[in-house]
Design a protein around this ligand. Structure first.
Ligand SMILES: Nc1nc2c(ncn2[C@@H]2O[C@H](COP(=O)(O)OP(=O)(O)OP(=O)(O)O)[C@@H](O)[C@H]2O)c(=O)[nH]1
Ligand SMILES: Nc1ncnc2c1ncn2[C@@H]1O[C@H](COP(=O)(O)OP(=O)(O)OP(=O)(O)O)[C@@H](O)[C@H]1O
Ligand SMILES: [Ca+2]
Ligand SMILES: [Ca+2]
Length: 577
C-alpha cells in the first residue's frame, strides 16, 4: 500500500532538504538504528561506490558501535536542519541529547524505541525546527519509557528542552478533555491547544502523532480508529494551522486510510495507477514552463526572478473534492498542479508590473498547452473577499488515446504568495480550521517571538573559533573537545563513558580507525569512519525499501491466493448454513 509520504511529488510547502555533505540521504524521513553487520563491512570494502570507506577496517563492535550510531544520527539530523540552524550551540545540544538517549533506548522495544525517537527528531529537523525542539523529540520516547528522568534532562541537556518535554506531556492528554469528538468540540480543543500551550510543544506533539500514525498497524483495530479520529479532527488541522503543510497532508492521508479503508482504497488505486507517470510529467512541465518563461523578452523586462513549484494531490484532499459536490474524477482540476511565483523588478516604475507579469505568463501557457475553457479564475483582477490573489488555469494534459487528470496552474507574484501563505488569505485559515484572521496573526506573532528567543539561546557561541563557519565537520568538532584538531584517546574514552561503554572499547575503536597509528584521530581518519557509517546506513535504507516492496507484493499474493480462497469459501459457507 502506498504511504501518504509518497503522495506529494515535490514538497508542497516547507523548505527543500539541503545536503551539506555530498551524501545521498536528503530524502523522505528514514532514520534507523544502525547495525554494522560483518557482511555489510565486507561489501563496503569491496564496493566501488564513492561512499565506500577508504579504510578496510572491520566495523566496530560494542562501544564503537554506539559511537557510530551517535555520529550517524548526529550527521543526519544536522544535515536535515540545514547549515544556518546548525550553530555550534545547536550542535552541542543535539549531541548531548543523542548521547543521553542512545544508551537509554538502544535495547528498548527491540531497538524500535530508538528508531522511533530518531524518526521524530528527523521530522522536526525537516520542519526546520530548532535544536531545542529536536532534542525534546529525541528524548520524549526515553522519558515515556522511564529510561531518563526530567531531572536528567534538566541537568544534562538544559531547561528549555525540559520545559518543552513538560509541555508535550501535558498536551498528550489534551484529547481526554473531550467527551465527544464532534466538529465543535474539536475546534474548541484546537483553539485551547494553540492558546494555552507552548507552540513549539504543539509542533513536537504533531511530529509524535505522525510517528504514531506510521506505526498504527501494530495496534488493535478499535484503537486505530480512535487515534485516527483524533488525528483527523485535532492534529491534522493543527498542523495546517501552524503551517506544517506536508506533515498535515500525511496525517490526513494516514487517518483517512484507517477511518475509511474502502474509500481510501478507491482513491488510492485511482491516484496510484497514474502516480509515477504524473509525477514525472509534473517535473517535465515544470522545466518546460520555466524555460519558456525565462526565454520571453517581455517577461525578462519586468521580472527578476521566476520559480515554479509542483505537487501531486494527496489522497484525502482528492477524496474531499470528489465527495464535495459529487463531481467526477476528471472534473477535479488540480490532481496535477504547478504554481508559478514571479518577482517583479524592484526598479519598476509601474505598479502593475506584477499583474502584467502574471497575465503575460498566462499567455505563454496558452501558447504552450491546451487550456480548458471556462475553468480560468482571475483572482488578480478580482481578488477574493479575503484578499487572496492568484490567476488559476486548468490544463488538459491528455494525449490521443491517453486520458489524464487535469493540471492546475496557479500564477502569482511573490507578494501575493506571501499573502496566500501568511496573510488574511492564509493557508492556515483556508485549511487549518481557524476562522478568525486575528487568530492567524496572533499565532504568527507567537511563532516569531518563539523563534527570536530560541535564536538568542542557540546562536553561535561568540568568539568561538569552533563556530559553524570554522567547523567543517560538526561531528568531529563535538568529539574534539579541546579543539586541537585531533580526537585523542581521552576524548574518545569520555564519549564512550557517556554512552555507557568502557575505556577498553575506546582503545579498540582507536586502534581500528587510527590508520597512521599516531594514537589519535585526524579529521581525515574520522571522515573515513563517517563514510563507513554512511555506507552502512544506505544499505539499511535499501533494506527498508526492499522490505516495503516485498511486504506489499507478498500481501498481494496473499489476498489473491489460498488464504483469500479459504476466507471467501468460509464466508460463503457460513452465509448459506
Ligand atoms: N491560501 C489560499 N489559497 C486559496 C484560497 N482560495 C483558493 N485557493 C487555492 O486555489 C485553489 C483553487 O481555488 P479555486 O480556483 O477558487 O477553485 P475552487 O472554487 O476551490 O474549485 P475547485 O478546485 O473546483 O473545487 C485551491 O485549491 C487553493 O489551492 C484562499 O483563500 N487562500
Ligand atoms: N497549483 C499548485 N501548485 C503547487 N502547489 C499547490 C498548488 N495548489 C495547492 N498547492 C499546495 O499543495 C498543498 C496541498 O494542497 P491541496 O491540494 O490539498 O489543497 P489546496 O489546493 O490548497 O486546496 P483545495 O482543497 O481547495 O484544493 C498545499 O501546500 C498547497 O499550497
Ligand atoms: Ca582533541
Ligand atoms: Ca591517527
Amino acid at each position: 500500500m502506498a504511504t501518504a509520504a509518497t503522495a506529494a511529488a515535490v514538497p508542497a510547502g516547507g523548505r527543500p532538504y539541503r545536503c551539506r555533505r555530498t551524501r545521498s540521504r536528503c530524502g523522505p524521513l528514514r532514520l534507523h538504528r544502525l547495525r554494522l553487520p560483518a557482511a555489510a563491512a565486507a561489501a563496503a570494502a569491496a564496493s566501488s561506490s564513492p561512499l565506500a570507506p577508504s579504510t578496510s577496517a572491520p566495523p566496530p563492535e560494542g562501544g564503537g558501535r554506539l559511537v557510530a550510531e551517535l555520529v550517524g544520527a548526529f550527521n543526519e539530523l544536522t544535515e536535515r536542519m540545514g547549515e544556518e540552524l546548525a550553530t555550534s550551540s545547536s550542535s552541542s545540544l543535539l549531541f548531548r541529547a543523542l548521547k543521553l538517549a542512545l544508551p537509554a533506548l538502544r535495547d528498548a522495544d527491540g531497538g524500535r524505541a530508538l528508531a522511533r525517537a530518531l524518526a521524530v527528531a528527523a521530522s522536526l529537523a525537516d520542519l526546520q525546527m530548532d535544536a531545542e525542539v529536536i532534542s525534546a523529540g529525541i528524548l520524549r520516547e526515553a522519558l515515556d519509557a522511564g529510561a531518563v528522568s526530567m531531572r536528567d534532562v534538566k541537568a544534562q541537556i538544559g531547561i528549555s528542552t525540559a520545559h518543552l518535554l513538560h509541555e508535550s506531556l501535558r498536551l498528550k492528554h489534551a484529547p481526554s478533555k473531550l467527551d465527544v469528538l464532534d466538529d465543535e468540540s474539536a475546534s474548541a480543543l484546537r483553539k485551547f491547544c494553540l492558546t494555552y500551550y507552548d507552540i513549539r510543544a504543539v509542533i513536537l506533539e504533531l511530529a509524535l502523532k505522525l510517528d504514531m500514525m506510521r506505526q498504527l498497524d501494530d495496534l488493535p483495530k478499535y484503537l486505530q480508529r480512535i487515534k485516527s479520529l483524533e488525528v483527523m479532527k485535532i492534529y491534522a488541522p493543527l498542523a495546517h494551522a501552524v503551517g506544517a503543510g506536508n506533515l498535515s497532508l500525511e496525517l490526513e492521508d494516514l487517518s483517512f486510510r484507517y477511518l475509511f479503508p474502502h474509500s481510501y482504497d478507491h482513491v488510492d488505486q485511482w491516484l496510484r495507477s497514474q502516480e509515477s507517470e504524473c509525477k514525472a510529467l509534473i517535473n517535465l512541465y515544470k522545466e518546460q514552463l520555466l524555460q519558456a518563461l525565462k526565454a520571453d523578452d517581455e517577461l525578462k523586462r519586468i521580472v527578476q526572478d521566476i520559480s515554479i513549484q509542483g505537487r501531486y494531490k494527496s489522497r484525502f484532499s482528492t477524496m474531499k473534492k470528489l465527495v464535495k459536490d459529487g463531481r467526477k474524477p476528471e472534473d477535479v482540476k488540480d490532481i496535477l498542479a504547478l504554481r508559478v511565483i514571479l518577482e517583479p523588478r524592484c526598479d519598476g516604475t509601474s505598479s502593475d508590473w506584477g499583474p502584467r507579469a502574471c497575465h503575460r505568463t498566462h499567455e505563454i501557457i496558452q501558447a504552450l498547452w491546451k487550456e480548458v475553457p471556462g475553468r480560468t479564475k482571475d483572482y488578480i483582477s478580482r481578488p477574493k473577499e479575503n484578499g487572496y490573489q492568484s490567476l488559476h488555469v486548468a490544463i488538459d494534459v491528455s494525449e490521443p488515446g491517453k486520458m489524464r487528470p487535469l493540471m492546475e496552474i496557479q500564477i502569482r507574484t511573490k507578494e501575493m504568495h506571501r499573502f496566500a501563505v501568511g496573510g488574511d488569505a492564509s493557508h492556515s485559515l483556508y485549511k487549518g480550521g481557524l476562522t478568525d484572521p486575528g487568530e492567524a496573526k496572533r499565532l504568527k506573532a507567537i511563532m516569531l517571538a518563539a523563534a527570536e528567543l530560541a535564536a538568542l539561546r542557540l546562536r553561535d557561541i561568540p568568539d568561538s573559533d569552533r563556530g559553524v563557519g570554522n567547523c567543517k565537520n560538526p561531528a568531529f568538532c563535538q568529539l574534539d573537545k579541546n579543539g586541537d584538531g585531533r580526537i585523542s584517546i581521552e576524548e574518545l574514552t569520555e564519549v564512550m563513558e557517556d554512552l555507557g561503554a568502557g575505556g577498553e572499547d575506546a582503545t579498540e575503536l582507536m586502534h581500528l580507525l587510527d590508520a597512521n597509528s599516531d594514537g589519535s584521530l585526524s579529521s581525515d581518519e574520522f571522515e573515513s569512519f563517517q563514510r563507513q557509517i554512511e555506507l552502512m546506513r544506505s544499505l539499511e535504507d535499501e533494506d527498508d525499501h526492499y522490505r516495503k516492496i516485498l511486504k506489499e507484493k507478498l500481501h498481494t499474493v496473499d489476498s489473491a491466493g489460498l488464504i483469500h480462497v479459504y476466507r471467501k469459501e468460509l464466508g460463503d459457507k457460513l452465509l448459506v448454513s
